[in-house]
Write a protein that binds this ligand. Structure first.
Ligand SMILES: Nc1ncnc2c1ncn2[C@@H]1O[C@H](COP(=O)(O)OP(=O)(O)OP(=O)(O)O)[C@@H](O)[C@H]1O
Ligand SMILES: [Mg+2]
Length: 183
């Protein structure tokens, strides 16, 4: 008798969301998020791409993250240098701003390929400007300024590292509502 075997593919649902949204009402919310992210072990070898218009708050997030990781002194915006490196005990961090990046040869010549092949944390503003060179980000963070200056934030994890970064973050913080008595 012929026997048919049915192969059932595993459709395991990931327990961690790969896309999450949150709202930062002010810069303090950015700071709280950065401090939480800084605690994550997965950050030690990760690539986070930061998207958003001019003034969306990308550098601000990086500054708070670097401070939370222990960087002291001024955190410069790397718009002209393209990259600012930071050496912390047991952790190398590179902060890129590709806004002025327009020469693909610079990718090799400036050692960017080597950086992305090295362990450590890579943070990149304006990744769109070097899209052809960059690897897939572990985590994409999209920032958008809302009408009243608050920031709408979307986190998209593309890898296990990215999912580890967004797991257990305080994503849906309830917004306190005060109901004033009618006078
Ligand atoms: N969560 C926030 N709430 C309110 N204001 C913020 C927030 N994050 C940043 N800002 C303010 O927005 C301004 C611009 O931020 P920032 O320089 O970080 O933007 P950017 O995305 O890096 O811009 P660029 O593309 O020019 O590099 C700063 O004055 C900063 O204080
Ligand atoms: Mg910036």
């Amino acid at each position: 008798m012929e026997r048919h075997v049915t192969i059932v593919e595993s459709t395991a649902v990931p327990t961690v969301p790969t896309v999450a949204s949150l709202v930062w009402r002010d810069e303090l919310a950015t700071e709280v998020f950065a401090a939480t992210l800084a605690q994550k072990a997965a950050l030690r070898n990760a690539f986070i791409a930061l998207h958003g218009d001019l003034g969306a708050g990308k550098t601000t997030l990086v500054r708070h993250l670097l401070r939370a990781l222990g960087v002291q002194g001024r955190v410069k915006s790397p718009t002209y240098a393209v990259v600012e490196p930071y050496e912390l005990p047991g952790l190398n961090v590179w902060h890129f701003d590709f806004y002025r990046f327009d020469d693909p040869r610079e990718w090799e010549d400036a050692g960017f390929r080597d950086i992305f092949a090295s362990p450590g944390l890579k943070l990149a503003e304006w990744p769109e400007k070097a899209a052809r060179m960059l690897p897939v980000a572990d985590l994409d963070i999209h920032l958008q300024t809302d009408t009243d200056q608050q920031r709408l934030v979307t986190l998209t994890a593309h890898t296990a590292t990215g999912r580890a970064l967004v797991s257990a973050l305080p994503l849906q913080r309830p917004v306190p509502v005060t109901i004033l008595p009618e006078s």
